[in-house]
Design a protein around this ligand. Structure first.
Ligand code: HXC
Length: 508
C-alpha cells in the first residue's frame, strides 16, 4: 500500500466513526452525528479537526480489538460568524461516545488551546458516560475536564449542548460551563437514571421527565436554552456567540450601530397600565430598547418572574435583567435571585454592560421562601451586582420597594446611572402595606384614606430619591433608549478598582 493510499484509508476510517450501522442507528433516533453537528456550528468549510488519530490504550476486556480513530470525540476549531471558536462533539457511534482516558485528554488539550488562543469552547455531549472498561482512568479523565472547566471559567466563554445522554458525574462538566443548551426528546441529563431511581427510591419516572429538556428548562433550572430541533439549538448557539467577546480581555463585539431615529421610543409611553396593580409584559420594554427588537433570552422558562436577556443597544451587547410583573407580580424569590445573580456574574466576567429594568414590589413573602433560604439566595444577587465592575445602568419603571429596590442594582450597589420613569415609586413599601403598619385605626376609614393619599403624593414618586442623588434623572419612558445609548457611550472606558484579595466569598 502506498503512503497516499494508507493516508486515504485512515481518512476514510476517521470519517466513518463507529461505522454505517451505528450512524444509521443515530439517525433513526432523530439525532445528528458528531460531524454533522460540528458542520451546523461552524461557518462552511472552516472546521479544522485536531487529534483525529488519537486512540485509546486500554488493554482490558477485549478493548484492543475495539479501536477507533478519534476515540469517540471529534474536536477542533473553526469560525462562527467569522470569529474563531473551538468545539468538540462526542461521537455516540463510537462505543456510545463513552469517555475514556484519551477522549478526556483530547478535550483537555482542546480547552487549553482555546484558552491560549482566547476563543470560546462549545462542547456537544452525547455519551454513555464513563467508559466502563477503562475504570478509574475514565473517572480521572472527567476530573481533569472539571478542573479545566473551572480554570477556563471567566477566561473564555464555555457553552455546552446536551445532545443525547449525559449521566452520572458527567453532568458536572456542562454544569461548570456558562450556558447549557437542550433539545426536546434528545437531551437526557441526570445523576442517576430511571432504573437506579426505581431500585433505590421506588419512584417510577421516565427519562424525559427526569432529565429531558423541558425538565431542565422549567423545573431544575440547569438548562439555559431549549429548542425543538438540533438545527435550531445549534443556530441559537451561533446567535449567543454573536453577543459575546472571544475572551474576557476583549470587548464584546460591536455590530451595526443602527440608530437612525434619535432613539425615542413613543410606544413605551402607552405601556404601563393606569392601575399600579395591573400587569404588563416587560419583554415588550426590552424589545423596544433593543436594536431591531432582537433579544436572546436565557432561562426564558425558569423563574419567569425575572427576565435575563442579551440584546444590543446602539450595536453594543448588553445583559438585561428585568422584573417581569406578569409573573408573581415580579417579586424576587429564591430562583429568580439565583437566575439573575448568575447572569450578572457572567456579564461581569466578560465585560458586558448591565442594564437593569426595575418594577419590583419586594422579595416574595412566605414560609416556603424563608425555608428555602431566600436570605442566602437573595444575597447572591446583592453580591453579584455589588461586585460587578462593568457599566451598570438601572431604569426604574414603576415599583421599587424595600430590599428588592436595593437588590435590583440600585445606586447604593454601584449603579453608574439610575434613571427613573416619571411613574416610578421608590419607597420602603406600597401604600397598603405602609398603611397596615402605621394606621391602626381600622374603624376610621377616612383617616386611613387620607393617610394613603398623603403617602402617595409625598413618598410614592421618583423625586425623593432624585433629590438625594440616588436617581440621576427622572425621564419619560420614551427617552429610555436615548439615555442608555448616551450612558453606554460615556462608560465605554469604565474602570473600577477592586480591593486586593484572593477572591471574595459569594454566598453560594
Ligand atoms: C462503555 C458504553 C457505555 C459506557 C454505552 N456504551 N455506554 N461502553 N462504557 N459507559 C456502548 C454500548 O456498549 C454499545 O456498544 C454502544 O455504546 C451504544 O450503546 P447502546 O446501549 O447500544 O445504546 P442505547 O440503546 O442508545 O443506550 C444508550 C445508553 C446506554 C442509555 C447511554 O448505553 C447506557 O445506559 N449506558 C450506560 C450508562 C451509564 O450508566 N454510564 C455510567 C454513568 S456514571 P456496542 O459495542 O454494542 O455498539 C458515569 C460516571 C462519571 O458516567 C463520573 C464522573 C466523575
Amino acid at each position: 500500500m502506498s503512503d497516499h493510499q494508507r493516508y486515504l484509508e485512515r481518512q476514510a476510517q476517521i470519517l466513518r466513526g463507529g461505522g454505517e450501522k451505528a450512524i444509521q442507528k443515530q439517525h433513526d433516533k432523530g439525532k445528528h452525528t458528531a460531524r454533522e453537528r460540528l458542520a451546523l456550528l461552524f461557518d462552511a468549510g472552516t472546521f479544522q479537526e485536531l487529534d483525529a488519530y488519537v486512540r485509546h490504550r486500554c488493554p482490558d476486556f477485549g478493548m484492543p480489538q475495539k479501536v477507533y480513530d478519534g476515540d469517540g470525540v471529534v474536536g477542533g476549531y473553526g469560525k462562527v460568524h467569522g470569529r474563531t471558536v473551538f468545539a468538540y462533539a462526542q461521537d455516540f457511534t463510537v462505543m456510545g461516545g463513552s469517555m475514556g482516558e484519551e477522549q478526556a485528554n483530547k478535550i483537555c488539550r482542546l480547552m487549553e488551546l482555546a484558552m491560549d488562543a482566547g476563543a470560546p469552547v462549545v462542547g456537544m455531549n452525547d455519551s454513555g458516560g464513563a467508559r466502563i472498561q477503562e475504570g478509574v482512568n475514565s473517572l480521572a479523565g472527567y476530573g481533569k475536564i472539571f478542573r479545566m472547566n473551572t480554570r477556563a471559567s471567566g477566561v473564555i466563554p464555555q457553552i455546552t449542548a446536551i445532545l443525547g445522554p449525559c449521566a452520572g458525574g458527567a453532568v458536572y462538566s456542562p454544569a461548570l460551563t456558562d450556558f447549557i443548551f437542550t433539545v426536546d426528546d434528545v437531551s437526557r441529563m441526570f445523576i442517576t437514571g430511571p432504573e437506579v431511581i426505581k431500585a433505590v427510591t421506588r419512584e417510577e419516572v421516565s427519562a424525559e421527565r427526569l432529565g429531558g429538556a423541558a425538565t431542565h428548562s422549567t423545573i431544575s433550572g440547569n438548562a439555559h436554552f431549549r429548542d425543538a430541533t438540533e438545527e435550531n439549538c445549534i443556530a441559537r448557539i451561533r446567535q449567543l456567540l454573536s453577543f459575546l467577546p472571544s475572551h474576557a480581555a476583549q470587548a464584546a463585539p460591536l455590530m451595526g450601530m443602527g440608530e437612525t431615529d434619535g432613539g425615542l421610543r413613543p410606544a413605551l409611553e402607552q405601556l404601563l397600565p393606569p392601575d399600579i396593580n395591573k400587569i404588563y409584559d416587560m419583554r415588550q420594554v426590552i424589545r423596544e430598547l433593543a436594536d431591531d427588537g432582537e433579544i436572546l433570552e436565557s432561562m426564558a422558562e425558569y423563574a419567569r418572574n425575572i427576565l435575563t436577556a442579551f440584546a444590543r443597544v446602539g450595536g453594543m451587547p448588553v445583559g438585561i435583567i428585568a422584573n417581569q410583573p406578569q409573573v408573581q407580580a415580579g417579586c424576587l424569590d429564591v430562583n429568580a435571585s439565583d437566575k439573575a445573580a448568575r447572569f450578572v456574574r457572567f456579564c461581569d466576567a466578560f465585560g458586558i454592560p448591565l442594564v437593569t429594568l426595575v418594577d419590583v414590589p419586594g422579595f416574595l413573602p412566605g414560609l416556603q421562601q424563608e425555608d428555602a433560604g431566600i436570605i442566602r439566595h437573595g444575597a447572591k444577587l446583592l453580591y453579584a451586582y455589588s461586585e460587578a465592575a462593568v457599566p451598570k445602568l438601572t431604569v426604574i419603571l414603576r415599583k421599587a420597594y424595600g430590599g428588592a429596590y436595593l437588590a435590583m442594582c440600585s445606586k447604593h450597589l454601584g449603579a453608574d446611572f439610575v434613571y427613573a420613569w416619571d411613574s416610578a415609586q421608590i419607597a420602603v413599601m406600597g401604600e397598603d402595606g405602609a398603611a397596615n403598619i402605621l394606621i391602626r385605626e381600622e374603624n376610621d376609614p377616612q383617616k386611613r384614606k387620607d393617610w394613603k393619599k398623603e403617602y402617595r403624593s409625598s413618598v410614592l414618586n421618583p423625586y425623593r430619591a432624585a433629590e438625594r442623588g440616588y436617581v440621576d434623572d427622572v425621564i419619560l419612558p420614551q427617552e429610555t433608549r436615548q439615555k442608555l445609548l448616551s450612558a453606554l457611550d460615556v462608560l465605554r472606558r469604565k474602570r473600577e478598582d477592586r480591593p486586593q484579595k484572593r477572591h471574595g466569598n459569594i454566598p453560594l
